[in-house]
Design a protein around this ligand. Structure first.
Ligand code: SF4
Length: 733
């Protein structure tokens, strides 16, 4: 009864909680909701409207993020000693209030010390000058970060002579960008959300939109009314993807909407084998689109590769029978249009790029691209993920996502008046490794909590400690800021996207560039825009020629983006609430035209990995709870009825281990241990699901996809050891 209440009515409870949390600034909170662009996931809004269906567009993520934007500055005089701040968790630190002024922590100090902006910028720039830009790294979070910030900061870093700038999209969708660019020429969703409402079949692979992009569930409710079938492919039957209560649709709010018509449980890391098995079957039955295939490249190589992959191999790797794959193939072949949506379950692997390729192969094989109701959607979790890569805040690509080759660098030299450096920069995990080895002295972070989000946090912590200087420009405190460093940690107060003079833009998952107006009724007096501060640092480090990186306004940045990134033509015209455009138009790859070098779509052979789990071992995967990024809002995630200290196991495994719900276990990997209570769920046997980022302590560092550098968050083998003394079967594990 309680579970049912939580699932149906938690959104309404959130509204009450939000109103209470923001009661000291309710007028401004309402203004953010009605006039701002949501700083949560990348579905995209203007106020509480979108461009897909009529009605209110609002969810619990946005409501929970509201307080970050409305709360007052923290009171420096009341800040506890550093030792006490170190004991606070992320949520407790956040609740202290907005960072209100520059602060510094120096070795031996018991308390943070206030700095003026001039002192802070002097100290940062002197240090970078002293150690050299080669020993300095720059990193941006994608939570809420806007296109203007990405563009201006990457330009400043390149002016300094470095490509060592990365952003947190690296640890979610880098595999999607690499695979999509190779196969269709665009690293983005190919259709508009409107197409979800027209499709025959929507396939969600390794994705839990119910929890991470809640308003998408409203679109799915409408899609189902229009006759769409929905299939999920996942090791865990996410309860929210089985049935969902859309709060703004009365019949759904009361009775729920059945979402998945068919669910396919695969092994963790088994997606590529599953996709290949389905494709093999479609080829056997002649259920592929010959017209499309003939105009594309690589089909014969893909077919030959599939012929060498036995059903037995694919079954083992996918963790399901060929009948299971055939059942999906039969569902798929009946459809005229299908959309494939994927997320972290596909990408966060050592073979993340290949996993994405296998999904794209399957979509292209039946010509599901460039036509209504069909296409590819790497669904983005943060409002800044799509723009991060497109604005060039990456170590290996310039704005527009183009490579660092001579022709591209020359083009930017003509635009900027200085050449971008030739040597590729370091991905964030490489910067951390460089810090651990003593090869990096300064790390300048705009947002982020690296200590919280990367694998092996104890290693990350020691690397952060090994830096001489760290700079954290952010809106609230987080645990990363209280990791000491050799000389100083400088904390700077940032404006929110709503306070930034001149407004700004974000790019949504459907490639919609949306103008977010300045809503400046609330200010932290001493907070400054991240892009302005980094430009000032760059100017102090290298005064000669610094006029080339100056922007007076965000409008000036948009003017330049339009010149730097041709497909962003139109961004310079955005200036009022509701202004927007979709780069590439509503549909990419129409009429068989692809943005690859030869203008064709490319199939790419994928060999799935061997994917055996030894007897007595488990594959560890993770999911998000009631949280956004690494910020946890509530202990209970009502859809799965899971608490953060719980891990989910199959009933088969629980029985074998003589466990009942609530029993304590130790989840043990090669590098760490996590104590948790067990909870039964519809998950594949030999799988354990923990919460992210808590489970990062179990994940080994250095396991990266070689093509894009994403850490393998979901490839760890672990043991599950019951902690009750009466149980002794742990010995066999
Ligand atoms: S679904 Fe995403 S964009 Fe829409 S309100 Fe929620 S967090 Fe914001």
């Amino acid at each position: 009864m309680k579970k049912q209440f939580d699932r149906r009515f938690s959104s309404f409870v959130e509204m009450g909680v939000t109103a209470w949390e923001n009661r000291d600034n309710l007028g401004y909170a309402m203004k953010l909701l009605t006039d701002g662009v949501c700083d949560g996931c990348a579905l995209g809004t203007s106020g509480v409207k979108d461009w897909t269906i009529p009605g209110i567009h609002l969810c619990w993520i946005r409501l929970n993020l509201l307080r970050l934007n409305t709360m007052p500055g923290l009171n420096f005089a009341e800040l506890p000693a550093i030792a006490d701040l170190q004991r606070l968790n992320e949520k407790e630190l956040r609740s202290l209030g907005r960072i209100a002024e520059p602060m510094i922590r120096e070795p031996g100090a018991t308390h943070l010390r206030r700095l003026t902006w001039d002192e802070a910028l002097h100290r940062i720039s002197q240090k970078i000058r002293a150690v050299g830009v080669d020993r300095t790294g720059f990193y941006l979070v994608s939570r809420g970060t806007v296109n203007e910030t990405y563009y201006a900061t990457q330009k400043a870093v390149r002016f300094l002579g470095s490509n060592d700038i990365d952003n947190s999209a690296r640890i979610c969708h880098a595999p999607s960008t690499v695979a999509l660019k190779q196969m269709i020429g665009h690293g983005a969703t190919t259709f508009s959300y409107q197409d979800l409402l027209k499709s025959d079949l929507l396939v969600f692979v390794g994705s839990n939109a119910a929890n991470n992009q809640p308003v998408l569930m409203k679109y799915l409710h409408v899609a189902k009314k229009n006759g769409a079938k929905i299939a999920t492919i996942n090791p865990y039957r996410e309860p929210g993807m089985e049935k969902y209560w859309v709060p703004s649709v009365p019949e759904s709010a009361l009775l729920g909407t059945v979402i998945a018509d068919a669910s396919f449980e695969v092994r963790v890391g088994g997606d590529a084998a599953f996709m290949n098995g389905v494709l093999k079957y479609l080829i056997e039955r002649g259920s592929v689109d010959q017209d499309f295939i003939q105009k594309a490249e690589g089909w014969e190589d893909l077919k030959a590769s599939l012929a060498t992959q036995s059903w037995e191999y694919l079954e083992t790797s996918a963790g399901c029978s060929r009948d299971h794959m055939k059942r999906f193939a039969e569902l798929y072949e009946k459809t005229k249009s299908a959309i494939f949506v994927w997320s972290m379950g596909v990408t966060m692997h050592k073979e993340g790029v290949d996993n994405v390729r296998s999904v794209v192969n399957l979509a292209l094989a039946r010509g599901n691209i460039g036509k209504p109701g069909a296409g590819l959607m790497p669904i983005r979790g943060h409002s800044g993920v799509q723009g991060g890569g497109e604005m060039g805040a990456t170590p290996n690509a310039l704005p527009g996502g183009i490579g660092l080759n001579a022709a591209n660098r020359e083009r930017f030299e003509r635009l900027w008046g200085f050449p971008p450096p030739e040597k590729p920069g370091r991905f964030i995990v490489e910067m951390i490794d460089a810090a651990a080895r003593g090869e990096l002295d300064v790390l300048y972070c705009i947002g982020s909590n690296l200590f919280g989000v990367l694998p092996d946090p104890y290693y990350v912590r020691s690397a952060l400690e090994n830096l001489s200087l760290r700079v954290h420009h952010d809106i609230v405190l987080n645990p990363q800021m209280f990791v000491p460093s050799r000389e100083a940690v400088i904390i700077l107060p940032a404006t929110t996207r709503y306070e930034m003079p001149g407004g700004n833009t974000e790019t949504s998952t459907e490639r919609r560039v949306i103008f977010n107006p300045e809503l400046g009724a609330h200010r932290i007096p001493n907070a400054r825009d991240e892009w302005r501060v980094l430009i000032e640092v760059a100017e102090r480090v290298k005064p000669e020629g610094a006029d080339k990186i100056q922007f007076d306004t965000t409008a000036a940045i948009r003017e330049e983006i339009a010149k730097a990134v041709p497909f962003y033509e139109g961004i310079q015209k955005l200036q009022n609430k509701g202004d927007q455009f979709q780069w590439g138009g509503p549909m990419l790859c129409e009429d068989g035209k692809f943005a690859t070098a030869d203008g064709k779509a490319h199939f790419v052979p994928v060999t799935p990995r061997e994917n055996r789990v030894p007897e007595g071992w488990f594959q560890l995967t993770n999911r998000r709870g009631k949280q956004f990024n690494s910020m946890a809002f509530r202990d209970l995630e009502p859809l799965a009825s899971a608490r953060r200290h719980e891990v989910i196991l199959s009933e088969v495994d629980m029985k074998a281990l003589q466990l009942k719900a609530g029993d304590l276990v130790k989840v043990k990997s090669a590098i760490g241990e996590l104590e948790a209570a067990v909870k039964p769920g519809r998950v594949r046997p030999q799988t354990v699901i923990a919460h992210w980022p808590e489970s990062n302590i179990l994940i080994q560092r250095g396991q990266l996809d070689p093509e894009c550098g994403i850490p393998a968050f979901r490839d760890e083998l672990v043991q599950v050891l019951p902690l009750r003394p009466a149980l002794t079967n742990a010995k066999s594990l």
